[in-house]
Design a protein around this ligand. Structure first.
Ligand code: NDP
Ligand code: 2IT
Length: 449
């Protein structure tokens, strides 16, 4: 699968393979970063001398725990909980919690590793972490979700805190779950510690725009990429996968900026609506009713549901994968290129396989990796932490403006680093180099720990 890495970084990768067998997603994420940062390592011999890479690929702390709970039938269930605290060199550990049946240590480690560089790229003071469980929330009652969240927090609370580790949502963890998790933390610790979680309800310490931030941010990033070439989103057909938090708000912002999003999906298939997705109906189906995406097509004249297929067969000028890792392969990328795609931005984390990224780049498609394109979510989490610390609440418009500004800066950092290191226009190299530079300098300054 992997291309051969240069000698500068290959021993680090070989050691990762040896020490962490059976973790393919983690290997994939490490490979991509190591491949990109070779020029930074070569220009800064001090990084190699103080073992920056060897330390970075080993999490500072990994927690795995039993999560027992009782379902509505009175049957005892046991899940596995995870929190991988990868790096706190730039700030408290920060990153989401994922509840999905596919969750295992490899997936949490790939996400935690990516989070280090994404968070660094935002320019804010946040370290990198990820956590979650192999619990599947689909079809579970509110009572089951609550009992699961309480049991999960019964262990995790001792590892969290506003200056220690600040989780947020990810797949399967939204406002409802964050409410139950925060409530249990408050009960156990006897502290209303707003800053220990982000993505909270706006009426009890949450930030305006956090719900929208990841999806909006990915569209702002696309605007920036197109802007470099004097192009805009207006009138462009947008192909979006997923129909969760990131997908819904990518579709909303793209629509507001004059583009025409025509697809959304879930694990059962996709819908296509040539008139442009009706965002209010999409929210009703997915956020309010928690129904399957096929329900959208059942209610919207002119829309169709395509079962068991992926959205990438639909032609469009913009593609935003917003579901999960490795959901867009080389063949999908070739199909998009053949249909005239101009820009691709990863709303999800690592949705494109390495071959797909190569196909896009060789075809001259503007390609934004997740750690740049979806950084608006965690960046707005950091704004939530600032508001909590200062006991302030900022308005929606003000917060959205801050998000837009942050995404412009993330774009500029990645764009500039790509040019500085000899790969102009390559946002993968740019994002990895810019994020890594910041982390590595901080590690150097703070000594061998
Ligand atoms: P949600 O749980 O809100 O939505 C996930 C969507 O993706 C659902 O439509 C789900 O369909 C689909 N999906 C998930 N797993 C699979 C799978 N294995 N196969 C097919 N479809 C799948 O999650 P989010 O929108 O929050 O997260 C989506 C992506 O964005 C993830 O990669 C996440 O890491 C990333 N991300 C999220 C951020 C956030 O702030 N929430 C921030 C940055 C990145 P179904 O219901 O059928 O499973
Ligand atoms: O992948 C991600 O950046 C997130 N799920 C959001 C993390 C956060 O702490 O807001």
């Amino acid at each position: 699968m992997d291309s051969v890495l240069p000698e500068t970084v290959r021993p680090v990768y070989d050691a990762v393979l040896k020490r962490n067998p059976h973790e393919p997603e983690f290997h994939q994420a490490v490979h991509e970063v190591l491949e990109s940062i070779v020029p930074v390592v070569e220009q800064h011999p001090a990084f190699a001398e103080s073992g920056i890479l060897e330390r970075l690929v080993e999490p500072e702390r990994q927690i795995m725990f039993r999560v027992p709970w009782i379902d509505d039938q009175g049957v005892l269930q046991v899940n596995r909980g995870f929190r991988v605290q990868f790096s706190s060199v730039l700030g408290p550990y920060k990153g989401g919690l994922r509840f999905h049946s596919s969750v295992n240590l490899s997936i949490i480690k790939f996400l935690g590793f990516e989070q280090i560089f994404k968070n660094a790229l935002t320019g804010q003071g946040i370290g990198g972490a990820k956590g979650g469980s192999d619990f599947d929330p689909h079809g579970r009652s509110d009572g089951e979700i609550m009992r699961f969240c309480q049991s999960f927090m019964n262990e995790l609370y001792r590892h969290l805190g506003e200056h220690t580790d600040v989780p947020a949502g990810d797949i399967g963890v939204g406002a409802r779950e964050i409410g139950y998790l925060f409530g249990q933390y408050r009960k156990i610790t006897n502290r209303h510690e707003s800053g220990m979680f982000t993505g909270k309800g706006v009426s009890w310490g949450g930030a305006e725009v956090r719900t929208e931030a990841t999806g909006y941010g990915s569209v702002f990033f696309i605007e920036e990429m197109l802007g470099v070439h004097g192009e805009s989103l207006a009138g462009k057909r947008v192909i979006v996968s997923g129909s969760g938090n990131v997908a819904i708000y990518a579709i909303e912002k793209a629509t507001q900026l004059g583009a025409i999003p025509i697809t959304a999906s879930d694990s059962s298939g996709y819908i296509i609506d040539e008139d442009g997705i009706d965002v209010a109906l999409l929210k009703q189906v997915k956020e309010v009713e928690r129904a399957r995406i096929s329900e959208y097509a059942a209610r919207k004249p002119g829309a169709r549901f395509v079962e068991g297929a992926r959205v990438w067969e639909v032609p469009g000028e913009i593609a935003i994968p917003c579901a999960t890792q490795n959901e867009l392969d080389g063949d999908d990328a070739r199909a998009l290129v053949a249909s005239g795609v101009r820009a691709v931005a990863e709303g999800a984390n690592m949705p494109c396989l390495p071959e797909a990224v190569l196909v896009f780049q060789q075809a001259g498609v503007l390609f934004a990796p997740g750690k740049a394109a979806n950084a608006g979510g965690v960046a707005t989490s950091a704004l939530e932490m600032s508001q909590n610390a200062a006991r302030q609440r900022w308005g929606f418009n003000d917060s959205e403006e801050k998000l837009r500004h942050i995404m412009a800066n993330v774009h500029a950092s990645a764009f500039d680093a790509a040019a500085r290191y000899g790969h102009p226009g390559d946002y993968v190299v740019g994002a990895n180099c810019a994020g890594f530079e910041r982390v590595a300098h901080a590690m150097l300054a703070q000594g061998v720990i």
